[in-house]
Design a protein around this ligand. Structure first.
Ligand code: ZN
Length: 140
């Protein structure tokens, strides 16, 4: 079967959203129609092979964008890992005590944590089981 302008061809119609009989308006090459007119809705559009199924692109679920919020599980993992590897001394938290990175701190309300870093001479960041806390220390 040879195709030519004026002949009918089955094309997918964007408007009707169905594979329908179309009249060829312009040929792209000797066997591919370029533009076709839908016999149903009379719309002229680019020929679309009805055998090629338009597969709706599956959108990848958005990966969690990194935020400052650390999930509880990760934090707990970090915490238990830090607890295991901590080589520092275990101290009861007090604002007057000077802590160093790696020290295990026992806080009356937050529980046991590890000094992650010293921010200032009088400020430390402690990783507790459920959250990071910046606490004062070394205050005399
Ligand atoms: Zn149509």
């Amino acid at each position: 079967m040879s195709l030519a302008a004026g002949k009918e061809v089955l094309s997918h119609c964007n408007k009707c959203n169905l594979p329908l009989a179309h009249t060829i308006v312009v040929m792209k090459d000797h066997k591919t129609p370029d533009k076709v007119r839908c016999n149903t809705c009379k719309t002229t559009h680019v020929y679309k092979d009805p055998s090629i199924k338009t597969v709706a692109k599956r959108r990848m679920p958005k990966l969690g964008t990194p935020t400052h919020k650390t999930s509880k599980i990760n934090l707990e993992d970090m915490w238990s890992q830090a607890m295991k590897t901590s080589a520092g001394q275990e101290l009861t938290y007090s604002i007057q005590t000077k802590f160093n990175k790696g020290d295990v701190v026992n806080h009356p309300s937050f529980g046991v944590g590890i000094v992650e870093k010293t921010i200032d001479n009088d400020k430390i960041e402690i990783l507790f089981r459920t959250s990071f806390k910046t606490l004062m220390h070394n205050r005399t």
